[in-house]
Design a protein around this ligand. Structure first.
Ligand code: NAP
Length: 247
């Protein structure tokens, strides 16, 4: 496994689920990790403890990434702690599912604010530092539904498809400055987010997966390690699917 010693990774939503697995995978590879969270302080501090046990340096920072000013404070505090950030993983995300006729305007706005605007906020605040360093890698967590659409998730799907557009545009804007930007589109990954899915819908998803099981957060984390590594230096502007063959 490639070492990420002396590299710093900022992970939004690192307190649980996929973000937690990503934080621990990078800590295990020797990286300094910044674990952002919005509400789950105890869980974020537990991830910090585990990361340090694995050999990385780690710090938890609370911030609502949907808020432009809080996102800036998160980046500033991370830079004060580790002086440089090499890898940004925009992982935070929420769902507020409903059919179009029942979806409230605030459910649309909140999901777009956290998932899409939050990702943009983080890129906006951190790319200045990447430009100064003449290097940097961004990985944005999109979703399989951002590629194919999904009934009952117009807000979430629009946010995840938006992340793909943002990723491709940033890759073009910053490619000449040695900054790579890619997206990952996970399928059905077992976390607290998918725990909310009703049993019948879950069974229907599973039927569509050739590998016949949900993915686990560590499998997504492994893909992040690869995309952030020196083995992926010619990959930018791409959306990498990880979905057990679902699409
Ligand atoms: P999860 O278990 O629900 O965790 C969500 C994370 O996002 C938590 O750490 C949460 O922090 C953080 N978060 C939420 N709102 C935030 C905000 N305003 N500011 C900062 N952080 C915020 O979700 P997950 O399943 O691990 O999903 C992680 C990412 O993968 C999401 O972007 C999701 O859309 C995407 N994804 C997931 C799946 C899947 O099947 N699980 C599939 C495709 C894509 P707190 O703990 O503090 O609330």
């Amino acid at each position: 496994m490639e070492s990420f010693k002396n590299k710093t990774v900022l992970i939004t939503g690192g307190s649980r689920g996929i973000g937690k697995a990503i934080a621990l995978a990078f800590a295990n590879a020797g990286a300094n990790v910044i674990i952002n969270y919005v509400n789950s302080q105890a869980k974020a501090l537990a991830v910090v403890k585990l990361a340090i046990k694995l050999g990385g340096n780690a710090k938890a920072i609370q911030a609502n990434i949907a808020d432009f000013t809080e996102a800036k404070k998160l980046v500033d505090e991370a830079l004060e702690t580790f002086s440089q950030i090499d890898i940004l993983i925009n992982n935070s995300g929420i769902t507020k599912d409903n059919l179009m006729l029942r979806m409230k305007e605030e459910d649309f706005d909140q999901v777009i604010d956290v998932n899409l605007k939050g990702t943009w906020n983080m890129c906006k605040h951190l790319t200045r530092n990447f430009l100064k360093n003449k290097s940097g890698t961004i990985i944005n967590i999109s979703s399989v539904v951002g590629l194919i659409g999904n009934a009952g998730q117009t807000n979430y799907v629009a946010s995840k498809a938006g992340i793909i557009g943002l990723t491709k545009s940033l890759a073009k804007e910053f490619g000449s400055r040695n900054i790579r930007v890619n997206a990952i589109a996970p399928g059905f990954i077992e976390t607290e987010m998918t725990d909310q899915i009703p049993k019948d819908v879950r069974e229907n998803y599973l039927k569509q997966i050739p590998l016949n099981r949900p993915g686990n957060p560590e499998e997504v984390a492994n893909l992040c390690l690869f995309l952030a590594s020196d083995k992926a230096t010619y990959i930018t502007g791409q959306v990498i699917s990880i979905n057990g063959g679902m699409v």
